[in-house]
Design a protein around this ligand. Structure first.
Ligand code: NDP
Ligand code: 5RP
Length: 471
């Protein structure tokens, strides 16, 4: 038996409820189901004008029966076991050709596994934009077969954010490609957020500014080259007040960052791909360290507080330093996507990825439009070497250096900004210091090195002398 709803959605939490409303608002009939039935009832009751497009269901059988055939079902439940359990519960109720679409933040390895299991048509789709994005237009990164994407592309492009009319939704490639791109998006998100937090720390502890003044600076930067969602909300967060006490909100938030895993996955996967993403690594490490509240308090009691007040850097230097840092973390993210293209035989559409990140997602930024243009003009080139961004980095890396140097001299931890700078400096140093690493490796393990004359598998004098007492 098949019903009339064009698509189904399971999981009416923060994202699922917003996504279902978005789908209904765009004119598609949507059937919904939630593990806790009262949530479904509340959702339906509060649907207002959208109610005629929404079919609330209270059993999986009714949910499946409400869908038109071939069915398409979005899962918006926590990643991991809940997704497998939901698939297992659904498949016996479905026809062989019915499509399941996991729109949560799945680990792309899980998505690959689910596709390879061949239990039925499956798409792994990364969705970014938080609740607001899901409700009014997220960025959508899909992975799977072109045919399956084709079945729901009209819905996905209708609900997606638009940039000058261009939907921020696209098929990234087969299997886990969509969730891979979403994972890297989140890795960039971590680094971008961390860099902003580091500059906030300099303004608060170095310059001694109050929260409103810091909010004003972020608001001003949001009108310039740093214009982005994360800068915008950082200004709003700095201006916000705690409802209970009336104090600045930031002053009452414990400085221990949460994390659900996508940043960590990015870093682990980057190591497997030999893709250097030091700013993202630094951001993950910073979140881990932030959670060590007692140890940090102990450290302060032993060594004294680290952040020292100092005369400060002018705001333009901070703004430019943050610009350079931001470009370098996006460059690292795109390089990781290139590594996946190479290693997995995917053909990730770099410029298109930058395009679909221009609106809707958490890392949306005015720079992404320029990144899309730069990556389109120079396919396969590291973003930092493209004409446009190389020119900006030439103008701004000095500011980043000043920020990092002054922060270090005054005891302000700026791990992501300094990792960004180290990446920049390594990537602009033709002859680095790995000759010493190779010499050391050959000395203790006869691992061999490449001679500058081009001959490989060379050894130092210790090889011939079987490591006599002088070597
Ligand atoms: N929040 C965000 O900003 C974003 C989240 N995501 C991803 O979207 C997915 C959903 O996140 P979000 O909406 O925030 O989560 P919520 O916690 O708000 O909602 C989770 C939903 O999943 C249901 N659920 C939980 N566990 C199970 C289970 N074992 N079996 C079946 N249903 C279950 C819950 O039902 P019940 O009411 O019964 O508890 C609820 O409807 C996650 O993968 C998340 O990482 C992606 C982008 C942004
Ligand atoms: O995917 C998202 C944004 O793009 C989610 O909000 C995700 O939860 C953010 O990651 P974390 O919780 O680890 O900060």
């Amino acid at each position: 038996m098949s019903g009339h709803a064009r698509i189904g959605l399971i999981g009416l939490g923060t994202m699922g409820a917003a996504l279902a409303s978005n789908i209904a608002e765009k004119g598609f009939d949507v059937a919904v189901f939630n593990r806790t039935t009262q949530v479904t009832r509340d959702f339906a009751e509060n649907a207002g004008d959208l109610a005629p497009k929404i079919t609330p269901t209270e059993t999986l059988d009714d949910f499946v029966a409400a869908l038109s055939s071939p069915r398409a079902i979005i899962l918006m439940v926590p990643a991991g076991d809940p997704v497998d359990a939901q698939i297992e519960a659904l498949r016996p109720l479905l026809d062989d050709d019915d499509l399941i679409i996991d729109c949560g933040n799945a680990n792309f390895h899980d998505t690959d596994r689910r596709v390879d299991a061949h239990t039925g048509p499956f798409l792994g789709v990364g969705v970014s934009g938080g609740e607001e994005g899901a409700r009014h237009g997220p960025s959508i990164m899909a992975g799977g077969d072109t045919e399956y994407w084709g079945r729901v592309e009209d819905i996905m492009t209708a609900i997606a954010a638009k940039h000058d009319g261009d939907p921020c939704a696209a098929l990234m490639g087969p299997g886990g490609a969509g969730h891979f791109v979403k994972m890297v998006h989140n890795g960039i998100e971590y680094a971008d957020m961390q860099m902003i937090a580091e500059v906030y720390g300099i303004l608060r502890d170095g310059h001694g500014m109050d929260y409103d003044a810091i909010g004003d600076i972020f608001a001003a930067w949001n009108k310039g080259p740093l214009e982005s969602y994360l800068i915008e909300i950082s200004g709003k967060v700095a201006h916000a007040r705690d409802v209970a006490t009336g104090k600045p909100l930031l002053s009452v938030i414990v400085d221990a960052a949460g994390q659900k895993g996508t940043g960590r996955w990015t870093v682990i996967e980057a190591q497997h791909r030999l893709a250097p993403v030091p700013a993202i690594e630094a951001a993950v490490v910073a979140r881990n360290l932030s959670a060590r509240l007692q140890e940090r308090a102990k450290g302060q009691s032993i060594f004294g507080a680290a952040p020292q007040a100092w005369d400060g850097l002018d705001h333009t230097t901070l703004e430019q330093g943050l610009m350079a840092g931001k470009i370098l973390c996006y460059a690292q993210g795109f390089e990781m996507l290139s590594a996946a293209t190479r290693d997995f035989g995917w053909d990730l559409p770099m410029a298109r990825i930058a395009q679909i990140w221009r609106e809707g997602c958490i890392i949306r930024s005015s720079m992404l439009d320029e990144m899309a243009t730069a990556l389109d003009a120079a396919p396969g080139v590291n973003l930092m070497f493209t004409d446009h961004f190389a020119a900006i980095l030439k103008d701004t890396h000095g500011a980043l250096r000043q920020v990092v140097a002054q922060a270090a001299l005054n005891g302000h931890p700026v791990p992501a900004l300094s990792s960004g700078l180290a990446y920049f400096d390594m990537m602009r140093t033709a002859r680095g210091t790995a000759d010493m690493i190779q010499g050391q490796r050959d000395f203790f393990g006869l691992h061999g090195f490449v001679h500058v004359n081009g001959t490989d598998d060379q050894h130092g004098p210790w090889a011939k002398e079987a490591c006599d007492p002088h070597c």
